[in-house]
Design a protein around this ligand. Structure first.
Ligand code: F6R
Ligand code: MG
Ligand code: MG
Length: 368
């Protein structure tokens, strides 16, 4: 039996350049230097450091399994070191996502976003890592549904014998802290009842029906951890492709139809999720629109062959153009819904403070 490899993506916003729009190269260099040093000692097999907007992304392979304390501590220490670099440059929001004063066992619940999976490498192992900025963890629900359960997106569900049986979705209720599994296609109507509510029910993982991991997402919701608005979740998602999983093109296809996600300016607006090349993942217009990048790797004996910048393709030009049209239309609404999030969704923003301040000025309506 081949040794299993763990694929870990751990990310945090530890300082933006300029404002919340992008990443300073000094942070990338610091993270590369530190991960390079531990790679030499053999703790990790390989790594790739990148950024989506103001989020620093550590993509690592190792043999220690998911939720491993040493790997999480390593990521935490890299984020702390990069925070120091950010402070030296007075970058914006230095250390923003490090919600705890010190590391305690697992970065989950401490601010950073985490998506990890462990698997035995196949003969060839194509993987796509999605990373988003200016949006929340629910942004993956719709594209994951399309990739793994929608035959209008994924032709293989109909015509590939290996996929015709469908997949199993693991859905988390992040408010009640519960989880449930749904088999597709049998239970798609039940599944959609929940995952359509993207603020609460998040697709954590997708498996083949015989239990092999196909996809995993970060489901950490910063506001639920901190109890107030401290920045958007800016989630990540890892998807294995080809053969018994959807093809690379089927995994990318959902992003040709820009869907509307929560986030954008002050984490308080709906906007289209724009698929872009890494060098375009610099949300500046009204701190957005929200961005998603896709890096493709071939994993070979734990080594990360790549990346290929999958959205750096004219095939996504039309989606980007449509995003700008949708962005114009939504921006016309200014502070009105449906551009601004509804009250219930603003629970964890600055709005409650304004409402509290004005609380006493509300009078009862006269009797009719
Ligand atoms: C959204 C985001 C930004 C900030 C905005 C205000 O996720 O990070 O839109 O919310 O730039 O930032 P502050 O309050 O730090 O001035
Ligand atoms: Mg930021
Ligand atoms: Mg961000």
């Amino acid at each position: 039996m081949e040794e299993k490899i763990t694929f870990s993506v751990i990310k945090a916003d530890v300082g933006g350049f300029v404002g919340h729009s992008a990443m300073h190269s000094d942070l990338i260099e610091e993270a590369k230097r530190r991960l390079g040093a531990v790679q030499e000692q053999g703790m990790i097999v390989d790594f790739h450091v990148t950024a989506c907007g103001d989020d620093l992304q550590l993509i690592m392979t190792h043999h220690k399994g998911i939720d491993n304390e040493e790997i999480h501590q390593l990521a935490w220490e890299v984020f702390e070191a990069c925070t120091e670099v950010a402070k030296g440059l007075k970058l914006y929001g230095a250390g923003q996502d490090l919600l705890a004063d010190a590391f305690s066992g697992n970065v989950k619940g401490m601010g950073p976003g985490v998506a990890e999976m462990e698997f035995a490498e196949r003969k060839s192992e194509p993987i796509i890592v999605y990373m988003a900025d200016k949006t929340s963890a629910g942004a993956w629900n719709l594209p994951l549904y399309k990739m793994f359960a929608d035959p209008f997106n994924t032709a293989g569900l109909i015509i590939a014998p290996s996929m015709h049986v469908g997949f199993r979705f693991e859905v988390h209720d992040v408010k009640a802290k519960k989880r449930i599994f749904f088999d597709t296609p049998e239970e798609i109507y039940d599944l959609l009842v929940f995952i359509g509510a993207t603020g609460r029910y998040l697709i954590k993982a997708v498996y083949t029906k015989d239990g092999e991991i196909a996809s995993v997402s970060s489901t950490q919701r910063l506001a639920l951890i901190a109890g107030k608005y401290v920045g958007k979740d800016d989630p990540v998602c890892v998807v294995r492709c080809q053969s018994k999983f959807p093809a690379v093109g089927e995994v990318l296809e959902p992003f040709t139809m820009p869907h509307i996600v929560q986030g954008w300016m002050r984490g308080s607006h709906y906007g289209p999720l724009m698929p872009v090349a890494v060098h375009q993942a610099t949300p500046s217009r009204f701190d957005g629109p929200p961005r998603v990048i896709a890096l493709g790797f071939q994993v070979a004996y734990g080594r990360l062959i790549g990346p290929r910048d999958m959205f750096d393709d004219p095939g996504f030009n039309e989606a980007r153009r449509l995003c700008n049209t949708l962005a114009d239309q939504l921006r016309c609404h200014g502070p009105f819904e449906p551009h601004r999030l509804p009250m219930e969704e603003m629970e964890y923003t600055t709005l409650p403070q304004v409402m509290e301040k004005l609380g006493d000025r509300w009078e009862d309506l006269p009797e009719e």
